[in-house]
Write a protein that binds this ligand. Structure first.
Ligand code: SAM
Ligand code: SF4
Length: 336
């Protein structure tokens, strides 16, 4: 695709520089807010192979993307994932990519921590909603809490920077925030709390567990000294510094407070669909142009077409007693 020569500006003047790649929609967990227990996964025949994922990601880098996050489903259950990571590392070495990173549930980190630490990945996001093994099993269905903790320890020891993501869930982990803050603080991990988003049918009422983070913040402020942080990743998280731990606490509030004005990202699924907004159904296919035109011209056209269609924002809504997701696909398809 040639050298980095294009810039992607969407119709609302936002520069698109961040690509999230969901490398698989499959996962070894079934977190209750993310998936239903009887999920239908995408047919394997439709999934891009790792080389194709690399080609699409590289085309985006040529268009000005300088940050890539690999996600899923669970990215570390995709066979050969380290090959993709090693291959994409060349863009970090060339300077085209500022950051290559990963979001994981940590189930496989005990196996991959050292190799990840030796790769171009410097920091990872680990999703951990509870420190309580029983709550963990209830929430994830298949999750092995001890193995996850072992994986986080291994990644920490290997020198990877870790940020913990915790979805705030009424009646599930809302009695644990102080403990989680303390646990993260002891290890020097930043923490981000996330509101549940209405994505995909999960077979139960999401509203029952929805928590507004403004209320959570008030609760946390009773025990911790929070001051507005200067830290800003350009992403949806709004940060405060925690005086006692010297770590940061972020809040992602897609429902109670929109963050679309500064959105700089698009999302590629493992079948090659590009979603321009997490909270909208609009997408553009990258697989057909990739496969039908080895010159890369059609793919370039598809990328430019997609960016010209990026919507202004999402309109997530969770209403009491109504179990209709705002978008039909699950978070595991577009990867959060
Ligand atoms: N499996 C990996 C993990 O859990 O880190 C990566 C994919 S997961 C879909 C990415 C993030 O999305 C996780 O932090 C998860 O908690 C979050 N997530 C999934 N479904 C969500 C929902 N409906 N609302 C808010 N966050 C959600
Ligand atoms: Fe799997 Fe991550 Fe979804 Fe949990 S949140 S079911 S770990 S994809």
């Amino acid at each position: 695709m040639g050298s980095k020569s294009y810039k992607m500006i969407d119709p609302f003047g936002r520069k698109i520089s961040y690509l999230r790649v969901s490398v698989t929609d499959r996962c070894d967990f079934r977190c209750s807010y993310c998936m239903s227990e009887d999920m239908t996964f995408l047919p394997r025949s439709e999934i891009l192979d790792l080389e194709e994922l690399d080609q699409v990601a590289s085309a985006f880098i040529a268009h000005g993307v300088d940050k890539i996050r690999l996600t899923g489903g669970e990215p570390l259950v995709r066979r050969g994932i380290m090959n993709l990571i090693h291959s994409l590392s060349r863009h970090k070495k060339s300077g085209a990519l500022k950051e290559l990173t990963l979001t994981t549930n940590a189930s496989q980190l005990y196996r991959f921590a050292d190799e990840l630490a030796d790769s171009a990945i410097e920091r990872i996001n680990v999703s951990l909603d509870t420190l309580n093994p029983e709550t963990f099993t209830r929430l994830t269905k298949n999750g092995d809490h001890a193995q996850v903790m072992q994986g986080i320890d291994a990644a920490h020891k290997a020198g990877l920077k870790i940020k913990i993501n915790t979805v705030a869930l009424k009646g599930i982990n809302d009695n644990e925030f102080d403990e989680i803050i303390n646990w993260c603080g002891e290890r020097g991990f930043d923490l981000t709390l996330i509101e549940t988003m209405p994505m995909g049918d999960i077979g139960n009422l999401r509203f029952d567990h929805h928590l507004e983070l403004s209320a959570v913040r008030k609760q946390i402020e009773k025990n911790w000294t929070l001051t507005q942080s200067q830290y800003n990743t350009g992403g949806p998280s709004r940060y405060v510094d925690i005086g006692e731990t010297k770590t940061r606490l972020g809040f992602i509030t897609p429902l109670s407070e929109h963050f679309c004005d500064t959105c700089n990202r698009v999302r590629l699924t493992c079948t090659g669909m590009l979603y321009m907004c997490l909270g909208q159904d609009g997408s553009v296919d990258m697989r057909e142009p990739l496969r039908s035109d080895p010159s890369g011209k059609k793919l370039k056209q598809a990328i430019e077409d997609a960016i010209s269609k990026k919507p202004k924002g999402h309109d997530f809504e969770i209403k009491s007693g109504i179990n209709i997701p705002s978008v039909t696909r699950h978070m595991s398809v577009t990867g959060g």
